[in-house]
Ligand binder design. Sequence first.
Ligand code: IPM
Ligand code: MG
Length: 356
Amino acid sequence: MEYRIALLPGDGIGPEIVSAAVRVLEAIGAKYGHTFTFQDYLAGGCAIDATGEPLPAATVEGCLASDSVLLGAVGGPKWDTLPGSIRPERALLGLRSALGLFTNLRPAKLYPALAGNCPLRAETVAKGFDLLMVRELTGGIYFGERGRREGKYGPEAYDTEAYSVMEIERICRVAMEAAQKRSGHVISVDKANVLETSRLWRETVHRIAAEYEGVEVEDMLVDNCAMQLVRDPARFDVVVTTNMFGDILSDEASQITGSIGLLPSASLGEGSRGLYEPIHGSAPDIAGTGKANPIATILSAAMMLRYSFALGAEADAIEQAVEGALNDGCRTADLAAGAPDSLTCEQMTEEILKRL
Ligand code: IPM
Ligand code: MG
């Protein structure tokens, strides 16, 4: 089979980690008899520099014309003072909305080999964890009405959270289906003690859950969830939540895996096309030093094979190669506590390629 993949390397370490993932995809293609063709497009700060806008129309068209999209990271200090409407992050938000990617899957698990990197107490680490965060991605406060106005105390700014029943239902179905393939347990995170959108969220989640045999839903308030994630992550399996809560909680979940450099993500819509990216950012401080960890992007490519192309065996092979490298002690700087013999991005990629 032939698959067209749009590449959006972006800024900072983006180009390094995307080329690492491309090498892995090429190796998988050669081994399993698939052809992956790659086309680069501009997005983020590099697009602002080249065209004046973070998400040029050619990039959106290119993504729409491809079977799937792999993104590195966008943003950096150079563009931090630009107004909101032309910041590099607009590229991500614009793509999510233009491609209709309302689901964001963020798996976070503790690799036994990295138990020593987990900042939690030994008895918590011993229990391990393996959770899937299902974050709503095209609604809520990220896309609500916003602005500046004169308020009671003078000039003020506002952002609004709004969720339709339809938006809650469809993300909820994704979580229920995921749970049916896992342990059947879903934790739905909201702030129903304060927010009206959360009350609608809670009531909708329970109505939809009733349709799914063998799935049990537990509600959890977001503040409590932030606490439980570090107190007892083993109690989580599938977590479903809003755009904003999911943004925050997925960064928290990444930290307890040992490094944010490990976590992949998949953004999906109704069809098979998705946008795959590491959950970490562009890390401008280490760009070009070889210190970037390619694992999150390589695992994102594995998710692409699994979710967009239904190539489960190929995705398994990548995940096993990554785990194999970790088991054999391969460590990039973020995992090696600054050890001088840590692997560069390229060396880690080589180690993974060797184990494919
Ligand atoms: C993420 C990022 C983005 C988000 C930013 C860069 C817009 O933090 O993907 O988690 O908030 O969604
Ligand atoms: Mg985030």
